[in-house]
Design a binder for this molecule. Sequence first.
Ligand code: FES
Length: 149
Amino acid sequence: MNNVLSRTTRRHFRGKIRRLFSEKSASRTERYPIDDILASELERTTEAVSFVLPEQMCEDFMDEGFVFIRDGKIYAYKNKCVHVTLPLDLDDSDFFSEEKDVLVCKAHGATYAPTTGVCLSGPPKCKGRRLARLRVEREGDELVLVSHH
Ligand code: FES
């Protein structure tokens, strides 16, 4: 009995390790240049700029991200509220509050911390949740979206 159990356990872990290994070896990094937004232009504004996500990164019909710079650091998120499947800006490309200190969802007014994406206020289903972060890097004056598959 002991032998059977340990063989089953061994098989279980062998399968798990194999799956982990194949997932790891299958993962790869893709880099997508973001057209039409230059890093030097982004540095000169307190606004965020939206861009279309590559097809591989689109879920449902939410196919946009937005990017901005704060204190020299690049931040980017999916243009999607955590509350309902709606774009934060409701397609008007205005992501920040008037004071430019928080990101605002135009649908029901949830606010998000720009540097963490954490929801600070809004409907109960939003509070404490986070916007989906995107990794955007600078290559000279170009911006590149980095994705791990
Ligand atoms: S859809 Fe964003 S706060 Fe409700």
